[in-house]
Design a protein around this ligand. Structure first.
Ligand code: ZN
Length: 429
């Protein structure tokens, strides 16, 4: 297989059990049905990167134990036998209730992300996708925020393992693989950040850098001192565990301003793998979050589609794992992830362009979910009318703190790089 190929991990079992997730009932079926209705999963789809549909394997206890505590796994994988006190202890209540098929769900979602990561490690593909993954709130011994299994952490731990002699040759033998985790969900990736936060061990041998762009405010889930801008006085700073909180109404315009900061950190860290959590609950119109006013159309600088296009087409020299995440307007999540799939498989400047954002949702007998896409019945998720409260002053503060962070990282990693010319923040919006 050509190395410029994409693995799309899905199976009937994965979508069946993912569709039972209490926070997102039926969403997984919509996502994969829409991608299929657009023909994206067909070998004949005209794209510049070949898409290969791959079935996930079930994660074993050994796979899950690489991160999760044994007593937590015992509780969630044998949940019918778990006593009520332990359910509370392990977070299996409120927003993480037990549900029919929970053990299968955990083994399938983790197995799908592990399968996707392994296609990258082996060199089978350059890019892998698991839209059912991205469970970034799950902790070592606790379910949290609709997340029962820490598949992002498991993937990072797998990707940072030293390659065997038969594995891909793209990672130099002089250094261990570096993994950058970038989280685009509106919520802070507390589970992933906590797993790798290590403020007193900054050295050039650090293999994992996490960077979460999200909303943080009192009362907004999850509450964590790690969710603040760099150099927050409440917690020791780790330049490899980064947060970039944006204020209410964040639009593509604000994302366009902060994006060069993200790319500069990426250039300094120079990762071998990039894991991107593409939660879509920051898109305009999310019924549960209602915080950001982000748009999808890649023609708009700073949009979700534009950011993913940058990662896929401009971030050279690294293999990419795209995961799902939050997104509580199920048809919009299906729209977004189908569109992102088309961006990922189609280089924007060659034949086989991504889906046209104004294209109609397929209305054929095999796509029975069509009525759910009312009233627009098109692919686009446009921005709404919410005011972007990220003022020029705030964005300048973000630029300054990330500038200092970049300098720290350059010193630690001994990288000689000039500071880029960041887009000046002058316009109000
Ligand atoms: Zn979220």
């Amino acid at each position: 297989m050509s190395s410029s190929s994409v693995a799309y991990v899905v199976s009937q079992d994965l979508l069946k059990y993912s569709s039972r997730l209490p926070s997102n009932p039926g969403r997984s079926i919509l996502i994969h049905s829409l991608a299929n209705a657009f023909g994206l999963l067909s070998p004949e789809y005209p794209s510049t990167r070949r898409l290969q549909v791959i079935s996930p394997r079930l994660a074993t206890i050994e796979d899950l134990s690489v991160y999760h505590a044994r007593d937590y796994l015992q509780a969630v994988l044998h949940v019918e036998e778990t006593d009520p006190e332990s359910l509370v202890e392990f977070g299996l209540e409120d927003d993480c209730p037990r549900f029919s098929g929970l053990p299968e769900y955990i083994r399938l979602v983790a197995g799908a992300t592990i399968t996707a990561a392994n296609t990258l490690r082996s060199g089978y593909t350059d890019i892998s996708i698991n839209w059912d993954g991205g469970r970034h709130h799950a902790q070592k011994s606790r379910a949290s925020g609709f997340c029962y299994v820490a598949d992002c952490v498991l993937a990072i731990l797998l990707l940072k393992k030293t390659h065997s002699a038969t594995a891909s040759a793209h990672v130099t033998v002089q250094r261990k693989p570096r993994v950058m985790y970038l989280d685009l969900d509106v919520h802070f990736s507390d589970g992933v950040a906590q797993a790798f936060y290590s403020p007193f061990s900054s050295s050039s041998s650090r293999q994992v850098l996490t960077l979460s762009i999200h909303h943080a405010a009192p009362g907004f889930f999850p509450s964590s001192p790690l969710a603040q801008l760099p150099f927050d006085p409440s917690i020791p700073f780790d330049p490899f565990t980064l947060s970039l909180p944006l204020l209410e109404g964040a639009s593509s315009k604000s994302f366009a301003i902060i994006w060069p900061l993200i790319e500069h950190i990426k250039d300094i860290f120079n990762p071998d793998y990039v894991v991107v959590q593409c939660g879509v609950d920051g898109l305009a119109g999310d019924p549960k979050c209602k915080v950001f006013n982000w748009s999808l159309d890649m023609a708009t600088e700073g949009s979700l589609g534009w950011c993913v296009s940058r990662i896929v087409n401009e971030w050279k020299g690294s293999r990419k794992l795209f995961l799902g995440g939050g997104g509580y307007h199920a048809p919009n999540a299906a729209r977004a992830w189908s569109y992102l799939t088309s961006i990922i498989v189609c280089h924007s400047t060659f034949l086989g362009k991504p889906l046209d954002i104004s294209i109609n949702i397929p209305d054929d007998p095999s796509h029975t979910a069509f009525p759910l896409y009312a009233p627009s019945f098109t692919l686009n998720v446009p921005a709404g009318n919410m005011l972007d409260t990220n003022s020029p002053e705030y964005l300048i503060e973000v630029q300054k703190k990330f500038g200092r962070t970049s300098e720290m990282l350059q010193r630690i990693l001994q990288v000689q790089q000039p500071q880029p010319d960041f887009q000046p923040v002058s316009c109000s919006h």
